[in-house]
Each structure stands twice: as structure tokens, then as C-alpha cells.
Design a protein. Structure first.
Length: 297
């Protein structure tokens, strides 16, 4: 995969996805750029990959996927935009806000299993028996290229940006961002660290998913393709604890009136903690699909 894949994806999805804005700011005396991807249709960046997966070949008669929430909402929204029926499998403990968004987009919602892995197995079986297209959440070239269009917009609009900082679950957004050529800082919760553990092991391995951001970043194992792309690109892994994530989320609201889900605040937490070695980094605020209230309310 390379930058040409991202360019092709950008052309496919442009009629359907929002080109989300950038917000330049100074925080604690340092410049920073926020990519407001939580304003994307479906409430997260994942619409980009879902659209590219559906538009990258012949349009399917039916689409099936599994998700912790955001990818399911994205596939449901993309399917509605393109006139394709969709079925989304989610874990039984899916946050109510994410389940509601999936159903509001017109998809059939199926709750199955305690975690994402169980929901994914059921979704794959359903897709196979129904002859439907299965759209993975992150481990697919079209999905990765679609997610890369987010960072590509940053490159086009802010040439002074010298790094992109993204939260990592399965690795699709981080890998797509790396294809643009920008240095990538890949941020994960300390107890939900599939990429960090994979880099340490030299291959994807199973990792625990115990975090306030697990509904979005709770992949038990980073994708094979994202891992290969990120390792080749020299992406830097950063860990932040849940307290720092919630504090960063609250600060985004207090100072900028930006209401995001915990996963989206992870890059800001890493930057506030001094873990991002860049002069003008772009922090991707990746989603806003949660029941939101300040941690100290």
C-alpha cells in the first residue's frame, strides 16, 4: 500500500463524506492543530473506510460487519447513503449511544457475545451464509486507505504540520495516516494496548482491553495489515492512562467546547503529557459517539 491508495480513496468518498475542519490553537504556550473528525457523518472517522470498502468494487446487495460501535455506525451510515441493506453485530455491552446511532442509520442491529471478537465471529458466519459483503473494522486495504484520507486532508490544508497523533484500536486510522508520509504517533490506553504489545513482540498478539476507551479502542489484537504498515513507517507508540484521557476530554470541553468520546481525547492526553516530539502536531479527534458528561460533574 502507498499514498496512491489514499488518493484513490479520497476521490471515491468525496461525494459522500464530510471534509472536516481544522482548529488551530495554542495550549500551555504551545501550538497545536485539532482535526475535528468527530464532526464526520456517523460521528467518527470510520465512515471514510466504510465508504471506500463499499465503493472499491461492485456495490454489494447486502453488507455485514461487527463493531464495538463506531465502525458499525459508519457501515450503517455508508450503506444508507449508497442504498445497501446492512446488518451490524455488536457486543452485548455496546454503549447505548452507539447502538442507537447504528439503528437510526437503518441497519439491523444484532447483539452477540461479551466482546468484539465474539461479535465478529458471528458476523462472519452470517455474511458467509447470506452471501453478503463483510467489511472488517480495520484489517483491509480499502478500509485502511479510506481512513488515510483524514490525514491527507491535514497534509493538504496545513503543510506546516510535522506529525499526526491518533488513537489506536485495530490500527486502521494510524496505518492510513502513515501512508500520507507524515510521522505518526500512535496513542493507546495503558490497559488497552494492542499495537504497543505487537511492536514489543514483533507480531500482533492478544492484549487485554480494560479501559474507559475500550468501546472504541478495544481491539484485542491489532490488524495484520495495519501492523505491517505502522512498523515499516516507524510509527511511535505512546501510552496514556485512563485518568489522563478523561482529564484531556474534559479540557477539550472546558477550553474549546469540543465534546468527544474518551478515545478521541487520547491524542490530546499524550500531547499534554509531553510525549509528542513535534513542533506543530495535528491531533485527530476521532469520534463523539458516547453518552457524554464531564468526569467531575
Amino acid at each position: 500500500m502507498d499514498h496512491a491508495d489514499v488518493t484513490a480513496a479520497a476521490g471515491r468518498i468525496a461525494p459522500h463524506a464530510r471534509r472536516t475542519p481544522l482548529l488551530r490553537a495554542e495550549v500551555d504556550g504551545r501550538p497545536v492543530v485539532f482535526k475535528l473528525e468527530h464532526l464526520q457523518l456517523s460521528g467518527s472517522f470510520k465512515l471514510r473506510g466504510a465508504l471506500n470498502a463499499l465503493l472499491g468494487g461492485e456495490l454489494p446487495a447486502h453488507v455485514v460487519t461487527a463493531s464495538g460501535g463506531n465502525h458499525g455506525a459508519a457501515v450503517a451510515t455508508a450503506a444508507r447513503l449508497l442504498g445497501v441493506p446492512a446488518t451490524v453485530f455488536v457486543p452485548e455491552a455496546v454503549p447505548a449511544a452507539k447502538a442507537a446511532r447504528i439503528e437510526a442509520a437503518g441497519a439491523k442491529l444484532v447483539r452477540h457475545g461479551a466482546g468484539y471478537a465474539e461479535a465478529a465471529r458471528a458476523a462472519l458466519a452470517e455474511a458467509g451464509s447470506a452471501g453478503a459483503l463483510y467489511v472488517p473494522a480495520y484489517d483491509h486495504p480499502l478500509v485502511v486507505a479510506g481512513q488515510g484520507t483524514c490525514a491527507a486532508e491535514v497534509v493538504a490544508e496545513a503543510p506546516d504540520v510535522d506529525a499526526v497523533v491518533v488513537a489506536v484500536g485495530g490500527g486502521g486510522l494510524a496505518a492510513g495516516s502513515a501512508l500520507t508520509g507524515l510521522p505518526v504517533f500512535a496513542v493507546e490506553p495503558t490497559r488497552c494496548r494492542s499495537l504497543h504489545d505487537a511492536l514489543a513482540a514483533g507480531r500482533p498478539v492478544d492484549s487485554p482491553t480494560d479501559s474507559v476507551a475500550a468501546s472504541a479502542l478495544g481491539a484485542t489484537r491489532v490488524g495484520e495489515l495495519p501492523f505491517d504498515v505502522l512498523r515499516a513507517a516507524g510509527a511511535r507508540s505512546v501510552l496514556v492512562d485512563d485518568g489522563a484521557i478523561l482529564a484531556a476530554r474534559d479540557r477539550l470541553w472546558d477550553e474549546f467546547r469540543l465534546a468527544v468520546e474518551p478515545a478521541a481525547a487520547a491524542p490530546f492526553a499524550a500531547w499534554l503529557g509531553g510525549d509528542i516530539d513535534a513542533e506543530v502536531p495535528a491531533l485527530v479527534l476521532c469520534g463523539a459517539n458516547s453518552d457524554w458528561e464531564p468526569a467531575e460533574a
